[in-house]
Design a protein around this ligand. Sequence first.
Ligand SMILES: O=C(O)CCC(=O)C(=O)O
Ligand SMILES: [Fe+2]
Length: 260
Amino acid sequence: MSIVNTALYPLSDKTRRAEIVANAARQLDKDGAAAFPAFVTPEALADMVAEASARFDRAYRRDQRLGFNPQGPLAKVADEALLKRASPYSMWILGSDLLDDGGTLCTLYRSPELMTLAQEALGIARLHVTVDPLINVNVTYMGEGDQHGWHFDDNDFVVSLLLQAAETGGAFEYAPEVDTAPVEDIHAILDGNSSRTRLQKVEAGTLLLFRGRKALHRVTEVAGGKHRIIALLSYHTEPGFVYADEVKKNGLGRISAIAA
Ligand SMILES: O=C(O)CCC(=O)C(=O)O
Ligand SMILES: [Fe+2]
């Protein structure tokens, strides 16, 4: 059974594949993001939701107020007033050690089909899976009132797959190419008062490639009874990548794997 929806994404057909890659590269160039709606089959999506939900009781609860992690030229010009600005990070996170290594989600993560697509669309010679036992595939859940505040990522890019959308809210909002923006523009974005921001349409099953180090982004507050569930897939340009203990402690509340 194929995990990727080959009717929409016939990646083994050379011509169609080149079109899909070119289209994604264009979107990334223009917006810093490329979306692949209905990237996985409904059956694969249902498997992934089941795999993640089975371990939900072991998820780490994150409830913090954090700064926006300025990058690039912005990090040099940010003044005290800007650096003081923080927003809520409230969500549940599953470490990759809790996911079934032979399951559908981890199989997709390691699949040459997906890795080659991401590689070509992002214009990277070779991507490698992260070998960190805690952070390679992670699943984030957000319930009523949860949100993921404004920030830049430390990673150049992220690959995400929305497993389940919230009833209301839980929207992905971002302002591309603002690592070079003036300080006033950043204040305006954080105030919710900027024409530089946009909403990315993402539905369950949408794969998103996103340049998070150049874009200020957030997930808006979730409402309603349904969790927003998203898988975040980490790849690196060098083999053997492991995250710093501090990153693990902050994101997962622990630095070593939980015995199954
Ligand atoms: O949940 C999302 O859509 C984005 C998450 C995110 O920005 C991050 O983990 O850095
Ligand atoms: Fe992010």
